[in-house]
Design a binder for this molecule. Structure first.
Ligand code: G6P
Length: 597
């Protein structure tokens, strides 16, 4: 989705805003713009394309207050006219916005009747005109009045020629205020601010804040003052930079041993302690999520059913509301790395409305889902900047293993011996991932043919069927090759018709109870002439007889095989995209955090 930033203080705002904006580029990169207050006037500069384009064209404007925006188009094409910031007709107010104003058509018509001139097709522009028209002695009062008329989702920042304050507001789109020394910052995401501060204040829904250089005041939309302490973010700037890697995605893939280690730290010994589980008994589990988080949920079904024996269903967040109501109240597990995905937040609210207890798995402290859910498991992956999720997926799986074990404890559904074994195996996972990473060059050499193909199939069975889906998603997201994940047994019911010598098939053939059947499926594929890359378990010398290419991963318990396998598939997708010259960290048309339904 779009990213917004703001700065007020004694330094040059333009430089700081461009720097922060670049760190938000993963939220949108079709156009960008900056508004700076200089000598009582607001100067707005915008351009189409990535932030580097804006940076190369921008005229230096001196001033200590400003706002900026990077856009991912929803209403109106990516053009300079539709880029933010928007300015009021009288030129006195500028605004940047992330979200969707649902009643903007009505408001726009009324504003046009009232004599306002619109320069864009966006829903966001109405905010600048509403603020101009609103009654109020200062910018803060005018923004509050303007928001009275607005329905929908917003994170917005507004300035006026006075340069005294930035006014920000939030409803269903993320917004964080960074606290500095005699300077303050505003951003959609804390990663934008880490160079400047790690002390932050999260704005909640239907709140508005007056941000001045030396103070921040928060109010709700009814005008009540809100007291809120600041939070220290443990992430540092290095976490949010590429540190010598050519892409964030590669850096984040290589950070996975550490991310898993962090996600396990101190948790395996304290599984019994969470009162949430002792106070609530569940007879089933429902998992919701979107994209990669949905795939983590699909793996989670196998984990939770095996460990806790609780029947588990998984649903895409945007479909959850259409599911029929049942009498029983499952534990609803909401998976979202950002904690801000609109479809997933809506599902969480729907689950609460149905009287279900909710547990969120998220990577972002202070994100919206942490306020919606009854309890939270944080994934501790550190900031993930690449649009394609990698380390957050793997740490979501870790959270699901922990959850499965926790449920198993309260239901006494596994023996203490099995439990001990699982805990030992989990501790060894960072090493297994590292072993795969140490062979990244070998994976790269397996991508030459695939990089030239138009379509790649990924097949697996049981717990590695969702791993295949995630491998396919990675490939299509970043390399623009059609990737399709399939349960291996289902190929013969249709997709075999699509296979040819030009269609690589990646087959997950680990040594578990699916192995023999997987070999049968590989034979079906090779009989159609399709080249197979089989991913198997170390020590397996038989696979070479069946598949053209083989890559072996360290032996882990069958329950944990998705972890080393997905690391292979992440690298496979990465190297294909690299060979094809794709913009890996910022794939076309998709954004990391989608705050519209
Ligand atoms: C977007 C991203 C995906 C991500 C999905 C869910 O579509 O491009 O990579 O998996 O949102 O995001 P969440 O933050 O809820 O996990």
């Amino acid at each position: 989705m779009c990213g917004i930033v703001g700065y007020i203080g004694s330094r040059e705002a333009q430089e700081i805003l461009l720097d922060c904006l670049k760190r938000l580029e993963y939220r949108g990169y079709d156009s960008a713009g900056v508004a700076i207050v200089s000598d009582g006037e607001i100067d707005v500069q915008k351009s189409v394309g990535e932030i580097s384009v804006l940076e190369s064209q921008i005229k230096k404007i001196s001033g200590g207050a400003g706002i900026a925006h990077t856009r991912w188009a929803t209403h109106g094409r990516p053009t300079t006219e539709n880029a933010h910031p928007f300015i009021s007709c009288d030129g006195k107010y500028a605004v940047v916005h992330n979200g969707i104003i649902t009643n903007y058509m009505d408001l726009r018509e009324r504003l046009i009747e009232g004599g306002h001139r619109f320069t864009s097709d966006t829903d966001s522009e109405i905010l600048a005109h509403l603020i101009e028209d609103a009654e109020g002695e200062d910018l803060f009062a005018k923004v509050v009045k303007a928001l009275d008329k607005v329905e929908g989702a917003y994170a917005l920042a507004a300035i006026d020629g006075g340069a005294e304050e930035i006014v920000v507001a939030r409803n269903e789109s993320p917004l964080v205020i960074g606290i500095g020394h005699d300077e303050n910052f505003v951003a959609s995401d804390v990663t934008a601010l880490l160079r400047y501060t790690n002390e932050v204040l999260y704005l909640h829904d239907r709140e508005v804040a007056r941000v001045q250089a030396d103070s921040v005041e928060i109010y709700d939309l009814e005008g009540n003052h809100v007291e809120r302490g600041t939070q220290k973010v443990s992430w540092n700037l290095e976490d949010a930079e590429r540190s010598g890697y050519p892409h964030f995605m590669l850096k984040e893939i290589f950070e996975q041993p550490q991310a898993v280690h962090e996600s396990l730290l101190g948790r395996l010994g304290s599984l019994e302690e969470d009162p949430f589980f002792s106070e609530n008994a569940f007879s089933s589990v429902k998992i919701v999520g979107c994209g990669t988080s949905y795939h983590a949920g699909l793996v989670g079904k196998y984990i939770i059913e095996e460990l806790s024996k609780l029947p588990t269903t998984v649903q895409i967040s945007s479909e959850y509301r259409y599911s029929s109501l049942s009498e029983e109240k499952p534990l609803v597990v909401i998976i979202t790395q950002s904690g801000e995905t609109a479809d997933t937040l809506a599902a969480a609210r729907e689950a609460s409305r149905r009287g279900c207890r909710t547990l969120a798995i998220t990577n972002v402290l202070g994100s919206a889902i942490t306020r919606e859910a009854d309890t939270v498991i944080y994934t501790r992956a550190g900031p993930e900047i690449g649009v394609a999720a990698t380390k957050t997926f793997v740490t979501q799986l870790i959270a699901l293993y922990l959850l499965g074990l926790r449920l198993a404890s309260s239901r006494r559904s596994i023996s203490s011996e099995r439990r001990r074994q699982i805990i030992t195996d989990m501790r060894a996972l960072p090493r297994a991932i590292q072993d795969v990473l140490n062979n990244a060059d070998a994976i790269e050499s397996l991508t030459t043919r695939s990089a030239k193909s138009q379509s790649i199939f990924f097949i697996g069975r049981h717990i590695n069927f969702p791993t295949a889906l995630e491998g396919a998603l990675k490939t299509k997201e970043i390399s623009y090759i059609h990737g399709e994940g399939y349960p291996a047994g289902e190929l013969k019911h249709g997709p075999l018709a699509l296979l040819s010598t030009e269609t690589p098939v990646v087959a997950i053939c680990v040594r578990d109870h699916t192995y023999e059947k997987m070999l049968g499926n590989v034979r079906e594929v090779t009989a159609r002439g399709a080249p197979v890359l089989a991913i198997g378990t170390e020590g397996d010398r038989d696979l070479e007889k069946y598949a053209e290419d083989v890559f072996l991963v360290p032996h882990v318990d069958p329950l944990f095989t998705p972890i080393p396998i997905i690391v292979v598939l992440q690298l496979y997708a990465y190297y294909i995209a690299k060979k094809r010259g794709c913009p890996i960290d910022k794939p076309r048309n998709i954004a990391k955090t989608v705050t519209v339904e």
